[in-house]
Design a protein. Structure first.
Length: 104
């Protein structure tokens, strides 16, 4: 099975420049639309880097026909419609354990 090259990533939240520099060359970074609806420019996205502020539902997934990954930057996935993602073959990830180390 051949995995298509990543060409478009939609970012819910800003990222530091050093993190963005780790993306493969040629990947277009799409930022939320300045005006509502916030997802109006997400259609070409193959991957979404999602925080917990927005809801990722079936309508959004249908509007992004190339979407293959929703990567949550947190421990939960309750803002992602997991059944809708599963039906569309979209992988959903999160970062379990990110908050397990104590801080002083």
């Amino acid at each position: 099975m051949t995995v298509p090259a990543l060409t478009h990533v939609w970012l819910e939240a800003p990222l530091f420049d050093d993190v963005l520099a780790r993306l493969p060359a040629g990947v277009a970074v799409i930022r939320p639309a300045a005006q509502a609806p916030v997802f109006s420019n997400a259609a070409p996205a193959q991957a979404i880097l999602a925080s917990s502020m927005l809801r990722y539902d079936a309508a959004l997934m249908d509007a992004c026909p190339n979407l293959r990954l929703i990567a949550r930057t947190g421990i939960g996935v309750d803002n992602v419609d997991l059944a809708a993602a599963r039906e569309r073959g979209i992988t959903v990830t999160n970062t379990p354990g990110v908050l397990t180390e104590d801080t002083a």
